[in-house]
Ligand binder design. Structure first.
Ligand SMILES: [Zn+2]
Length: 121
């Protein structure tokens, strides 16, 4: 059982999320609500929710459907406040989305210019 709000997974028998109080749904239902999960690709990860929300709004303005996941500690071996937000778009929109994301990144004045070309040889 999964909370569609927090994405926490609960054992069978639990019907309400202990965190937010939402009704839990089955894993199939959860994945079903994504339409075709495998069609979605991650185009960026963020430490702050507002960044993801800003990009989502920008993509939406460009006619690109997007969604973001907060994974909390589910994928991390460390417990605690680790939180990574993943922004996903459909595969067919990935290139357009990346262009928009890069464009926004380049426009951000306070962006660190320490970005080096990172080539894996
Ligand atoms: Zn919840």
């Amino acid at each position: 059982m999964i909370c569609s709000n927090c994405e926490y997974e609960y054992v069978d028998g639990v019907t309400v999320c202990a965190d937010c109080g939402a009704d839990l749904i089955s894993k199939e239902e959860f994945e079903g609500s994504l339409l075709h999960p495998s069609d979605w690709v991650v185009v960026g990860t963020f430490a702050e929710l507002y960044e993801a929300e800003m990009l989502k709004a920008n993509l939406s303005g460009a006619g690109i459907d997007s969604l973001f996941f907060t994974k909390k500690d589910r994928n991390f071996p460390l417990s605690g406040s680790w939180e990574t937000i993943k922004l996903l778009v459909k595969k067919k929109d990935a290139n357009d989305a990346l262009e928009i994301i890069n464009d926004i990144k380049n426009r951000t004045p306070e962006e660190n210019t320490g970005e080096t070309t990172n080539e894996n040889g």
